[in-house]
Design a protein around this ligand. Sequence first.
Ligand code: GDP
Ligand code: ZN
Length: 299
Amino acid sequence: MIEGLVVKSYGKLCNVKVNNFIYKCEVRGKYKLSNKFSNPVVSGDKVEISITDKNNGVVENILERKNYFAKESIRDKKGHLIGSNIDQTLIIFSIKNPYTKLIFLDKCLLSSIFFDIKPIIVFNKVDLLNDDEIIKLDKISFEYKKAGFDVISISAKYQIRLDDIKSKLIDKRTLILGNSGVGKSTLINQLSPYSKQRISDISQKTGKGKQTTTFSEIIKINKNSLIIDTPGFKDFNLYLIDKSDVKYQYPEFNKFFDRCKFSNCSHINEPGCAVKKQIGDNIWEKRYNNYLGIIEGYS
Ligand code: GDP
Ligand code: ZN
């Protein structure tokens, strides 16, 4: 058996890179019917494969993951893996063309924190904004920075502030998130000289390989920086995060919750809630309202 890196995953099929060669592999045996995940293997996984012929192999072992990002599978309540062994998420967002609700950003942020991954917020398409919209975006950026997040506003198309992004990617494996149309591909093409050489057609066997948007894929930025490109999605159900865990994934709540009267305060209706007192001050009302929305989504 030899060790390799999953650079593209599609259901039970994946491309595994060993040195500079790509083997098309199938997952068999014990991993095929995971009761935790709907997809057994994902880009970023370290695996051991046995080679069956010149271009093909079988995944025998998935090595322990440092971490992963997952959402709830649409088909069942299992997790759907988006990527693994990640240092940070780059959440690409636009407030215009397409307009995306901030609650989606909040879900990406709290999932990243829950899965032990540092999130970075990227507002793309700043070139499209008029004066009022620039003021609106400045306010949003200000609030997220105040909450403790890294925020970068860019134009992928017109290459505005891409150096800020490049510097964040150095020596990191970065998972790209965002709904479709926000400019993920445009950004990746700007960042990576390798992006045009993506390995397509994962499986001639099944003929499914042409659905290029349905799997995640590793793209090299340079020797030490890899990004995992993922299919766009604009809403998702949280995976593994209990309703009572959501409140802990807000850095700006965490600063105050030990001052709440009740130690298990959910910051909703309890008397003596120190978090609620901070709304309009250290906590942005919009984020708090979206927190309530996320909690309501559980029942
Ligand atoms: P993806 O679905 O997230 O991969 O988005 P694409 O990269 O395919 O971009 C969707 C559309 O937005 C394309 O027409 C791009 O040219 C456009 N686009 C991407 N980035 C920018 C930007 O910074 N400014 C403007 N004005 N358009 C952009
Ligand atoms: Zn409270």
